[in-house]
Every structure is written in C-alpha cells, then in structure tokens.
Design a protein around this ligand. Structure first.
Ligand code: HAM
Length: 420
C-alpha cells in the first residue's frame, strides 16, 4: 500500500459536520453585516510581499517570522495573505473606492501565518473582516463594536466575550510615549526576558504584550499610553466610551492592549473569551487613519476588525446556538434495478417543489435502504418499485402514522403539507 499523505501541519480539514456550524455562523454574520450597510468584497489570497511589510510593519512577528513568502516563476516576491486589511486597502486604492468616499466593506476567507500550531492557533485560519473608510469620528468606532456585540447576541455567545478597549493616540503622541516607555524599560532591564530585550530595541510597545508571568509586575508598573494622548485622541476616546456606555456595552479599559500590527492609531479593541485558554482573542481591530496614505492613496480615515472563525465556532459550539447539518426531508427507496429510473425522476420532481430529497443510489434490500433512510435524518421515506411506476408508498420515519400509497403526482403536495 502507498504511504498516506497527510495535511500540512496547522492546516485543517473542515469535515461536513463542522461545516454546518460554520455555514450557520457565516450566514448570521452576513445578515448582521448587511443590516448595518456593509458590502462584501472578495480579494486575492496572494499579494506582493512588500504590501505587508509596508502596512503591518517590518518589525512585527507577522512580517519577521510568520509569512508564507515565495518567489513565483517571474521572480516576484509574493506572500499568502496573513490578514485582510492590507489587501482591502490596496484594492480600495487601486480601484478608486476610497478618495472622498464612504465605504463599508467586509470579507471572509482563509489567512496564513506560520505560527507554532496549538489549540486556537493554526497556520491556515479563517477570518471575517470588516473595513470602513472615510469616517473619522468615534461614532464609527462605536458602530463597529455595536455590530460585533449584536453578532455575539445573535449567536448566543454574548456572555462569553469581554470587550477590551484602549487608545494608542496619534503617531506623534505615541512617539512621546514610546520614549517614556523605553526609558522605563531600560531602567528595568534586569527584569526583562530575552524576547522583551529584543523588542525593547525594535518595537518597545510590544513588550507590553508579553505573556511571561515573570514580567507581569514590570508591565503593570510601566507608564500608561492613555496618559500621553493628545487632546484630539483623548476626546475621541472619551466620546467612544460615552457612546458605548449609552448603548449598554460593558468594557474593560486596558492600557496594555497594543496589538501586533503597526498600522493602528487611536482606538484599538479586542473581544476576549475566558473559555478558550491561551488563544482567547476572538475578534480584534481598531482605527488605522494613516494606512491608506501609506499605501499610496489620499489621506483617508479608516477602522475595522477581524474575527477568527475557528475560535468563534469553538465558543458557539460550547455555549451558543446548537446547529446541526441540513438533513434531507425525504429519502427515496428504490426497490430493484427497474425502480432506479422512476426513483430519480420522482426525486427531481419533488426537488422542483422545494423539498430536500436524498436518493438511495447504492441499491440494497428494503431493510437496508430503510436503515440508511433512518440514518440520513429524513422524516419520510418514499418507496418506489418497478411494478407500480406511477405510485409509491410514503412512510413516516419519525412517527407511528400509517403508511400511505399514492400517485406520484399527489406526493409533493402531501409531503409539503406534512413537513411544514
Ligand atoms: P489579528 O489580531 O492579527 O488582526 O487577527 C484577528 C483575529 O484573527 C484574532 O483575534 C484571532 O481570532 C484570529 N487569528 C489570528 N491569528 C490566528 C491564528 N494563527 N489561528 C487562528 N486564529 C487566528 C488582524 O488580522 C487585523 N487585520 C484586524 C483588523 C481589521 N484591524 C482592522 N481591520
């Protein structure tokens, strides 16, 4: 026997039973997004590597160590997308969607990061992302958060998620804070680990994101970014908090929330679940007012977020809506070779009326076909045989009601009335 080829580590198959829950979540998300006036955009999975270095930042974990970057046959350096914001901005600029316009966009699909796989962290994972352009005020930030809060309610997971909120100010105010933070961390070098010492040199705000418990105390005593906000960012943050308070959205202000991508300005937020272990962030985002210009467009305010489908589905499965696979309503049992043709055309005519019908295409005795019908989850079996081509027997698989023999033409109406 040949050696079995397995999937690439960290890249998962989603089997049909799991896909049913994904479809349900995607469908609800799409309905909520549409209700808020967001439009879907579909973007390539591959972009020029340079796009990510310029947007996410050269000195970030994603760009430094996690991208799947390769040379294509023309010698161009390309990357599998590690996230969707950069590609969405690139497309918006390229197609003239952003300048002096309001855009509310969303996308869904796989992203790729070469991280160490563990529960909740994969090398191919899936996001639903939202990007809004042309709106500078905190009301838009509030809208994004209210939209996510509504989605959690629709999915029945609102109790599981806590909103963490922070402001990173403008690049100018952040530069002042950064200096102060470097001064503090340098004075406390002795308590930093190797990773944080490296970050101190390259991207000091990321030290605040360290999960090493030995650093918790040093991080807790570090200066807070909120103390260094410029007046405009302070007002923006206060107004946002006011809008969320008025809407009854509880939040936890976390001045240590810095995010792993460099494009953020002012608002950043994460929805975190305690039920997922180390990888508890289900949804994350914020404002990125400088990115469109950085990618060659006109200055355009923007904000957005992305949710991780694997993590969201995990809590939906544990705590939210129960969802089962779509099962057929009717199962056609074809008794004998000669019944296959009439069975197929009966199945088609029932489907024409909107019924979900599964045909037994693998032969077998009455007993074995009825067993399969039962396992399929269908509510009714229709038995056709080769002698009586125009009539069949309708048998309820879930109740004791007596079976009924009827003409094929009467069957659709009968079944539809029973199944309502
Ligand atoms: P991010 O924080 O890198 O942000 O990812 C957003 C979410 O994607 C995370 O909160 C998590 O749920 C999920 N995620 C990230 N990496 C993995 C992984 N390796 N395995 C499983 N799930 C993962 C962004 O990607 C930004 N583009 C979000 C954004 C949009 N900001 C503004 N607009």
């Amino acid at each position: 026997m040949s050696k079995v080829i397995q999937a690439v580590r960290g890249m998962n198959d989603l089997l049909p039973e799991v896909v049913a829950v994904w479809q349900r979540v995607e469908q609800i998300a799409s309905t909520v997004l549409t209700a808020y006036g967001y439009h879907e955009i579909r973007l390539p999975l591959v972009e020029k590597a340079e796009l990510y270095a310029r947007s996410i930042g050269q000195v970030t974990d994603i760009v430094e160590k996690e991208m799947y970057t390769f040379e294509d046959r023309n010698g161009d350096s390309l990357s599998l997308r590690p996230e969707g914001t950069a590609g969405c901005v690139r497309a918006g600029v390229e197609h003239g969607l952003l300048h002096n316009q309001i855009q509310r966009l969303w996308y869904a699909g796989p992203m790729f990061r070469h991280e160490r796989p563990q529960k909740g962290r994969y090398r191919q994972f899936h996001q639903i992302g939202v990007e809004a352009f042309g709106m500078a005020g905190p009301d838009l930030d509030a809208e994004l958060i209210l939209l996510t809060a509504r989605l959690w309610r629709e999915l029945g997971v609102q109790e599981q998620l806590v909103l963490q909120l922070n402001s990173l100010g403008t690049p100018a105010s952040r530069a002042v804070y950064r200096e102060e933070l470097v001064r503090y961390l340098s004075a406390n070098r002795g308590s930093l680990d190797e990773d944080s010492l490296r970050r101190l040199e390259t991207n000091p705000l990321r030290v605040l994101d360290s999960k090493n418990p030995a650093l918790a105390d040093t991080i807790a005593r570090a200066p807070s970014v909120l103390e260094y906000l410029d007046d405009g960012s302070r007002r923006h943050f206060d107004d946002l908090r006011g809008y969320l308070d008025a809407a009854g959205v509880a939040m936890h202000i976390n001045s240590r929330l810095v995010r792993g991508l460099d494009y953020y300005t002012r608002t950043v937020f994460e929805w975190v679940s305690g039920a997922l272990g180390a990888q508890g962030t289900v949804c994350a985002g914020g404002r990125y007012d400088g990115l469109v210009e950085k990618l060659g467009g006109q200055p355009t305010p923007a904000a957005g977020f992305a949710l991780g489908m694997e993590r969201l589905v995990e809590i939906v499965n544990k705590h939210g809506l129960s969802s089962s696979m779509v099962v057929p309503q009717v199962y056609i049992v074809a008794l004998g070779e000669a019944a296959r043709g009439p069975g197929l055309s009966l199945a088609e005519s029932l489907r024409d009326t909107g019924l979900q019908v599964q045909m037994n295409c693998s032969g077998g005795s009455l007993k074995s076909q009825l067993k399969r019908a039962d396992r399929s989850g269908a509510r009714f079996a229709v038995l056709c045989d080769d002698r009586e081509r125009e009539t069949g027997v309708v048998k309820s698989l879930r109740t004791e009601e007596p079976q009924q023999e009827m003409h094929y033409t009467a069957m659709a109406a009968y079944l539809r009335q029973k199944i309502q």
